[in-house]
Ligand binder design. Structure first.
Ligand code: PHE
Length: 549
């Protein structure tokens, strides 16, 4: 359906009969129907396209006010066939960084036969899409290396771990044949730990929803909202609030089976939990943030993960791009954009190409000597890196399933570990790995400053506050990451003080250099951001090549 926030077309063509073209997600996109006996915009554009190629067509569409804003356009991958009518040829492109943005750019350009070379400073492709397994070695800036000793089949997504349904990352999983499975982002049986108390998420929710509903229901019933509610609306609202809070006949919240049980119903009725605390106690528990975490569009359930580890996406992209196109250990040391091409020097050589797509973290890119101008440097320095960290704790026993009956999901806390993630896969296996902390900002910096051994000790001490002594038993191994200490990355993601002119400046090429990365989108800290940005750069680059004399 058309997005109702976008203005409707007021042009005559908007009354055209339904197009036979495949449905376009973009209501103002080029694919409009034709009208018998008249030269329609579509007919005209198709003609221009046939004569002058896609570039000419887009230019004409722009002149007619038909081109959707650059950012809303549905993506069309470059194709070999795009060149047939224009008589132009694809180009050589050097891509800086073989993370998700760089790999996506190479993959999409490759569809039209572009000759891509990727320069990757790290030892392997993938960037922050990093999955650790037994046998891996994780090095760290100014810190000891960790040898990962997880058992067979056990993995730790040290970077991205979950994908929302609407994100383009899922389209790449489909296209590349990466099998996915549910990521349990919200589990009523997981815990909420705030102000020193631990309750199940279902209990915290039942109590907050219950009391909120009670207050609002009573205010409605007493007529306190009569100025904003008609009588009918008041009754409808009451009807909803009774359900929302599981209220009693007098609109009191008196607890609810929703809170859970000490013994769940079976042949017998079960033993419900003790009655809830008072309104004051429930408010003082401060569970608000923890129980609303999945309310937004980014975290809403169900979410998904690739089967076997997030790096399946990297593996497939790398394979599709051609591993021999990726030079690892190739730290970029200089970028020169000229009228007729770009030259990129790196530890080990120089690459000359027609265009460059730079996907490095902006704060690191800013330090590389280049001739793109002081404004570009200043813009690259504008977003600031955010710290985040995680630890993978491998246990010889899935006590969270066996004893806590927690199958996947996230425990939310006000401790510095912030989150615990239980695995959403391999249920009932013998071993299992949970994410013992996932934190950002100050909490992440605190852990980053510790040795891996101390991080683990701290994680176990903190986690014990929620799960008790068993949290420290049967730990087989662990591995922790502090993204600010990852070489050639140095941050978990970027934060723009505001999405200002620096942000838009870098969405345009500087000479022959295009920029891409999640940091150039409104999907920061998501692979989807890196992919969308890569697609945007690819689209712009390809149009330019098609239009070039
Ligand atoms: N994508 C990351 C995550 O899901 C970071 C993030 C968290 C981004 C919350 C936006 C919102 O953990």
């Amino acid at each position: 359906m058309a997005d109702s926030t976008k203005p409707d077309s007021t042009e005559p063509d908007s009354t055209e009969p339904e197009s036979t073209d495949p449905p376009s997600a973009e209501p103002e996109g080029p694919a409009k129907g034709s009208r018998a006996g008249r030269l329609t915009r579509r007919g005209l554009l198709v003609g221009i396209g046939a004569a002058g190629g896609a570039g000419a067509m887009y230019a004409a569409m722009g002149a007619l006010g038909l081109a959707p804003t650059e950012q809303d356009k549905a993506f069309t991958a470059p194709r070999q066939g795009d060149f047939t009518l224009s008589g132009r040829a694809s180009a050589k492109v050097v891509i800086l960084g073989a993370g998700v943005a760089g790999l996506t750019a190479a993959y999409e350009l490759g569809k039209a036969g572009y000759d891509c070379t990727l320069l990757e400073a790290r030892r392997q492709a993938g960037g922050r899409n990093l999955t650790l397994r037994g046998g891996d070695r994780l090095t760290e800036l100014n810190g000891p290396a960790q040898d990962v000793t997880f058992g067979p089949g056990v993995y730790f997504n040290a970077g991205p771990g979950r994908i929302a349904q609407w994100m383009v990352a899922l389209d790449y999983c489909r296209e590349l044949g990466v099998p996915i499975e549910t990521f349990v982002n919200n589990n009523a049986s997981a815990y909420v730990h705030t102000n020193g108390h631990t309750v199940r998420a279902r209990t915290a929710r039942a109590d907050m929803y219950g009391y909120v509903a009670e207050l609002l229901a009573k205010a409605t019933d007493l007529g306190a909202l009569d100025r904003v509610l008609t009588k009918d609306d008041g009754e409808r609202l009451l009807e909803f609030l009774r359900r929302f809070g599981d209220l009693g006949p007098k609109l009191d919240y008196e607890g609810s089976a929703r809170r859970g049980f000490t013994t769940y119903p079976a042949v017998g009725a079960g033993t419900p939990l003790a009655a809830p605390g008072t309104l004051h106690q429930v408010l003082a528990a401060g569970t608000g943030r923890a129980i609303t975490n999945d309310f937004g569009h980014e975290q809403a359930t169900p979410m998904f993960q690739p089967v076997g580890g997030m790096d399946a996406i990297v593996a497939k992209l790398r394979q599709a791009v051609g591993p021999d196109r990726i030079r690892t250990g190739a730290k970029v040391t200089g970028i020169t954009s000229r009228d007729d091409g770009v030259e990129v020097s790196y530890a080990g050589g120089t690459v000359k190409a027609d265009y460059c797509v730079a996907t490095l973290p902006p704060h690191l890119l800013a330090r590389i000597p280049h001739n793109l101008g002081a404004q570009v440097t200043a813009a690259l320095r504008t977003p600031v890196p955010v710290s985040a960290g995680k630890i993978g704790l491998e246990y010889g026993r899935r006590w969270w399933e066996l004893e806590d009956r927690v199958y996947g999901g996230v425990t939310e806390t006000d401790l510095d570990l912030t989150h615990i993630w239980y695995p959403s896969h391999d249920y009932h296996a013998e071993r299992g790995l949970l994410v013992g902390y996932y934190n950002t900002d100050a909490a992440a910096e605190l852990y980053a400053a510790l040795t891996p051994e101390d991080r683990r000790r701290r994680a176990l001490t903190q986690g014990k506050k929620i799960h008790g002594e068993k949290y420290r038993q049967n730990v087989l191994s662990s591995a922790s990451i502090a993204w600010e200490r990852q070489e050639h990355i140095q941050g978990a993601w970027m934060r723009w003080p505001s999405f200002d002119s620096s942000f838009t400046l870098l969405q345009r090429p500087a000479g022959r250099v295009y920029f891409a990365g999640d940091w150039l989108t409104h999907l920061i800290a998501w692979q989807a951001g890196a992919m969308e940005s890569a697609r945007d750069a690819v689209t712009k680059l390809h149009q330019r090549v098609l239009q070039s004399p």
